[in-house]
Write a protein of this length. Structure first.
Length: 189
């Protein structure tokens, strides 16, 4: 092969490789402000424990007859796939009147939530509603128990980087793959 063809082939491969990397760049939608809730142990949960971690969030309730069991199985799958990476997960209730810390603890145990990795959170309706509606832009915590079935991926700097419809084929694999991309990003100081 002529040297100019060899150089052109290598250049083409390099450009294609860079294009592949650029295609994996994830958008940045919004920032998640500080918040305080209560976790499944009854302890105060300060969102600062998520700083420096890639994390996934969802909204659910423990006596949900619909998509919540499927979503919780999917969160468990992500927990296992991301084990040892430092990634975290939070499941926020849309039914704080029923989902007390003991109820959430039992639910967490059923789905084998690892302490310090996957948190089940409850709290005051205004705080949960603000997070659901204004921060994650998924819905309302208004007593109707209706909620989004999307997962939200957040980076180490508390920026929302992805939304995933849990009923779509391959969605969980995409969340896991995108979380691994974010795990390679350096946090902004």
């Amino acid at each position: 092969m002529d040297s100019w063809r060899w150089t052109a082939s290598l250049t083409s491969l390099a450009v294609l490789g860079l294009a592949g990397c650029a295609a994996r760049a994830l958008p940045s939608y919004s920032s998640v402000p500080e918040f305080t809730l209560t976790d499944q142990t009854g302890a105060k949960f300060d969102s600062s424990v998520l700083h420096g971690h890639v994390w996934v969030a969802n909204f659910m309730f423990t006596n949900c007859p619909g998509p919540c069991p499927r979503m919780s199985h999917q969160m468990s799958e992500m927990q296992d796939a991301l084990a040892g990476t430092g990634a975290r997960m939070i499941s926020l209730t849309v039914d704080p009147a029923h989902d007390t810390p003991p109820v959430l603890a039992k639910y967490a145990a059923y789905y084998s939530a690892k302490p310090g990795v996957w948190f089940f959170l409850t709290g005051e309706v205004p705080t949960l509603d603000h997070l659901d509606k204004d921060v994650f832009q998924l819905g309302d915590v208004d007593g109707s128990l209706e909620h989004s079935t999307r997962f939200v991926l957040v980076d180490r700097n508390s920026r929302v980087r992805g939304y995933y419809e849990t009923s779509e084929d391959g969605a969980i694999k995409r969340v896991i793959a995108d979380a691994k991309v974010l795990l390679k990003e350096k946090p902004i100081s």
